[in-house]
Design a protein around this ligand. Structure first.
Ligand code: NAD
Ligand code: G6P
Ligand code: MN
Length: 441
């Protein structure tokens, strides 16, 4: 079997140790000869890398392991780049969440003004990674899950139309796993139909492999409990704030009783509820800094100090095994069906063919082929058209350095009540993002 060479961009990410452990656990189906970490923050990355180096020696000494901040070293001789960068790190996520909240507007990582601000930072970082990849390993595929994935995907479509970049999100994977608990099935044995934009979509069908319709049971359950499940053995999305999000799906279903909603729709359909239930002085960024980030970095320091991972291993991030599924689909042409963020090209028949949409695709060695989902109803289509325009305006604003287009984007976002509030938020965001955004005129 072919052995692959991998670079993880965003080596200092809180997800890196779990993903490395998961990849080591999957070597039998996805063999790796070399694994490199790359980050532009050498110090942050080094803490994780030193600990991962110790673990790798103990569990997979045959895999060559290294880490670097040098793009040439990182991107030379690689088959896949797994990208999960966060331009501006948690310090900027915190501001993305807190600035809109000052105006009683949703403050969220990828939705509304926070997502727009994050998008304006991510585009440059992502374009730089793609340039490195194409310069040093032109045949490499980038599997990107850096957020906000929809804005990044639109920027790729416009600025890098021929690049081998596949944007993907783990939310549909995670929610499908919860559906599996609800109906007592292995998620791999469930066939779905789905349409939407990233963090903005609906399942229209969930069936067993033998064709049994699982929707009636799922709709009934979700209408009562949302996606809260008792026996979830999850490694992510377990904090109290996430439990509220899973539960809120019950209210999302009231607006469209026939489809199962993506949990992120709560920010667009119930923004007033979200604002009421958010502490403006302690947002999700603070929870993550005090939770996941602290745990992962403490574990790394403990391993380094002990000089061994025995007794204090990093946990295996099984939730991320879809990344290996995706790499296998491309590397071994498995043509597995997966939800990816791709150019519509008619998959949603009555929607802009050039929109970057999230739909089931067959993934093989040439990348994802979208599967036809047919026509969508007026309510969802209207919401998606508005949100698509927001995402497009952000990308245009970044390319043209246009203040007006970014103001239009914020004004058009369903989470923002008026052009005047949009302007106040925008002016604060510009001040906070000076180091990261292009200058707007
Ligand atoms: P994190 O801040 O812990 O890690 C991000 C790393 O990226 C940091 O070490 C940072 O220094 C590095 N970085 C920033 N800009 C860079 C650049 N230009 N070049 C190289 N490295 C750079 O963040 P995290 O919480 O672990 O999340 C990482 C990313 O994964 C985020 O974008 C997050 O939104 C995304 N994410 C996506 C999904 C999904 O389903 N799509 C799921 C989980 C996380
Ligand atoms: C889900 C989404 C990601 C997002 C993450 C945030 O997995 O699909 O796109 O980054 O949640 O989780 P966090 O724990 O950082 O709030
Ligand atoms: Mn996501």
């Amino acid at each position: 079997m072919k052995k692959f060479s991998i670079v993880i961009a965003g080596g200092g990410s809180t997800y890196t140790p779990g993903i490395v452990m998961m990849m080591m656990d999957n070597l039998h189906r996805f063999p790796i000869r070399s694994l490199k970490l790359y980050d532009n923050d050498g110090e942050r990355q080094e803490t994780l890398a030193k600990a991962i180096g110790i673990v790798m020696k103990e569990i997979a000494p045959e895999v060559e392991f290294s880490y670097t901040t040098d793009p040439k070293e990182a991107f030379t001789d690689v088959d896949f780049c797994m990208a999960h960068i966060r331009v501006g790190k948690y310090a900027m996520r915190e501001l993305d969440e807190k600035i809109p909240m000052k105006y009683h507007v949703v403050g969220q990582e990828t939705c509304g003004p926070g997502g727009i601000a994050y998008g304006m930072r991510s585009i440059g970082g992502m374009m730089e990674l793609i340039d490195f990849m194409e310069k040093y390993s032109p045949d490499c595929w980038m599997l990107n899950y850096s957020n906000p994935a929809s804005i990044v995907a639109e920027a790729c479509r416009v600025l890098k139309p021929n690049s081998k970049v596949l944007n993907i999100c783990d939310m549909p994977v995670g929610t499908k796993r919860r559906m599996g608990y609800i109906v007592g099935r292995d998620p791999k044995d469930m066939d779905v139909k789905y349409f939407g934009l990233n963090h903005f979509g609906w399942w229209t069908s969930v069936k067993d492999k033998d064709g049994t319709d699982l929707m009636p049971q799922l709709l009934d359950y979700v209408s009562k409990n949302g996606y809260l499940t008792e026996k979830a053995v999850e490694t992510q999305h377990m904090d109290e704030s996430w439990q509220l999000t899973h539960k809120k799906a019950a209210d999302l279903l009231k607006l469209e009783p026939d489809f199962l909603p993506n949990t992120y729709l709560k920010y667009y359909l119930y923004p007033d509820y979200v604002v009421e239930h958010t502490d403006p002085n302690h947002t999700r960024a603070n929870e993550v800094i005090e939770g996941r980030e602290k745990e992962v970095f403490s574990a790394a320091r403990a391993i380094i100090q002990a000089g061994t991972a025995k007794g204090g291993e990093f946990s295996i991030d099984n939730h991320a095994s879809f990344i290996v599924d995706l790499a296998c689909a491309i590397g071994f042409n498995t043509r597995e069906q997966m939800l990816c963020i791709v150019e519509n090209k008619g998959a949603i028949s009555n929607f802009d063919p050039t929109a970057m949409v999230e739909v089931p695709c067959l993934v093989g060695n040439e990348g994802p082929e979208p599967l036809c989902q047919g026509n969508i109803p007026t309510f969802e289509k209207g919401m998606m058209e508005e949100q698509l325009a927001v995402e497009r305006l952000v990308v245009e604003a970044w390319i043209e350095g246009s203040y007006l287009k970014l103001w239009q984007a914020l004004t058009l976002s369903k989470t923002v009540p008026s052009a005047s509030v949009a302007k106040q938020i925008l002016d604060d965001l510009i001040e906070a993002n000076k180091e990261y955004w292009p200058e707007l005129k």
